[in-house]
Design a protein around this ligand. Structure first.
Ligand SMILES: *Cc1c(COP(=O)(O)O)cnc(C)c1O
Length: 434
């Protein structure tokens, strides 16, 4: 496979952009090799600068649930762009998208649009603190909520440790009120509330973690969390930036029957343009300026192009049984992976949640990944790197890291899935006995 042009472009980029990339995982650091520079995408496929074609299971890290360059999204974008790209004044498009979100996401009564998932979680936590008059927040190790200082927190081992910053540049003060505990561990949550009962503003969680591979929250864990938040006057925040419109049309909250106070959205809601949103109960959302005292603003927030793309995407996604078809194709992919793993005795853990999926190669049989600790301990990152490159060579593009979820779009056909599974089977056969 030719990669000269991508390699050359990457060399140029590295001189001007740190690591040549504008978001770290894109640089292939954990799998090695030349990051592909994409020139074109259409439906389920992307083409790199050397003319190689790939079936894309990254889909811009989730947003492109209709595939690349979907005609409805393009038409909507084109229409919006010809009317002007930004006003810094309200447009009806914002109300239309808010209306659709309220209709589709069960717990949501009001919405505020921002420009990224990072802004959504950052603002939701400010809101929770403003609403409750409390300072502490609880997050779970391995859950990613964007790169705001207070959320870039390492897991302390053991229970209910106060977080230490994950990155240089994050002052200790920024994370001093962030409590980090293990995912899927309700006892740890109990201990936090036992200690800081009336000081916790909010608990934020990815209901299905998609940023440490794919780890599902157990229903007991998530419902227990919601109940404890209610009992202690803390807000229950679901970070559905990834799971929203992916696990089910109504997000993970529809799937589990949860009723969060606040929901963070992003990715799919922007149809491939930069959008985020925080949303929830009117009583809480009324605390946001200009109605209430909590300040949050954005020059390009509610941008007409982004709103148009989001509207077109959500409208297309909710037509007929499209969502069920994408989910069925995702399940078919996962089933095929399981079968190849069994055939060649490759220990793995895989699963899907609606239209997202995860594949862990395990360092030994019997290992079970349920949280960040077990993900780091049991995931065979070396085998994943071999898998990633074997797939790339065969024209299948998965995430360049073991600890990321994969995504399927409405543009992926059964033939695309079959082609991918054939490639996966070949890899597993070659790995037998390694
Ligand atoms: C992607 C993601 C974010 C951050 O969104 P950005 O748009 O990258 O800032 C936050 N939370 C979750 C669960 C995500 O998957």
């Amino acid at each position: 496979m030719k990669t000269e042009r991508s390699a050359g472009l990457h060399d140029q980029a590295k001189k001007l952009i740190p690591g040549g990339v504008n978001s770290p995982v894109r640089a292939f650091k954990s799998v090695g090799g030349v990051p592909r520079y994409f020139e074109k995408g259409s439906g389920a496929y992307v083409w790199d600068a050397d003319g190689n074609r790939y079936i894309d299971y990254v889909l811009s890290w989730g947003p492109l649930i209709l595939g690349h360059a979907h005609p409805d999204v393009l038409a909507s974008l084109n229409d919006a762009a010809t009317r002007g790209t930004s006003f810094g004044a309200p447009t009806h498009l914002e109300t239309e998208l808010a209306q659709l979100v309220v209709e589709l996401v069960p717990s949501v009564e009001m919405v505020r649009f921002v420009n990224s998932g990072t802004e959504a979680t950052m603002s939701a936590l400010r809101l929770a603190r403003a609403f409750t008059g409390r300072d502490k927040i609880v997050k779970f190790a391995g859950c990613y909520h964007g790169h705001a200082d207070m959320l870039l927190v390492q897991a302390g081992s053991g229970v209910a440790t106060l977080g230490l910053p994950d990155s240089p540049g994050v002052p200790e003060g920024a994370t001093a009120d962030t409590i980090v505990i293990p995912f899927n561990d309700l006892e740890a949550v109990e201990q936090v509330f036992a200690k800081w009962s009336d000081r916790v503003a909010a608990v934020i969680v990815e209901p299905i973690a998609g940023n440490m591979g794919l780890v599902k929250g157990s229903p007991e864990f998530l419902h227990g969390l919601q109940t404890m938040c209610r009992d202690h006057g803390s807000l229950f925040i679901l970070d559905e930036v990834m799971t929203g419109f992916r696990v089910a049309i109504g997000g993970a909250q529809a799937f589990y029957g949860l009723d969060p106070d606040l929901t963070c959205l992003g990715k799919v809601i922007g149809g491939g343009l930069p959008v985020g949103a925080y949303a929830g109960k009117a009583e809480v959302m009324q605390t946001v300026a200009p109605v209430g005292p909590m300040y949050q603003a954005g020059t390009l927030s509610g941008n007409p192009l982004a709103m148009s793309a989001g509207l077109a995407a959500l409208r297309a996604l909710t037509e007929g049984d499209l969502f069920a078809t994408i989910s069925a194709n995702t399940a078919k992919l996962v089933k095929g992976v399981v079968e190849s793993g069994q055939e060649f005795n490759i220990p793995l853990q895989t699963g899907n949640a609606g239209t997202m999926f995860g594949v862990y190669f395990l360092a030994g049989a019997g290992a079970d990944i349920v949280d960040f600790d077990t993900a780091k301990r049991y995931a065979d990152t070396e085998r994943y790197a071999r898998y990633f490159h074997a797939m790339l060579e065969r024209g299948v593009y998965f995430a360049p890291s073991q600890f990321e979820a994969g995504f399927v779009s409405s543009a992926h056909t059964e033939e695309d899935i079959d082609f991918s599974l054939k490639a996966i089977r070949e890899f597993m056969e070659a790995e037998r006995g390694i």
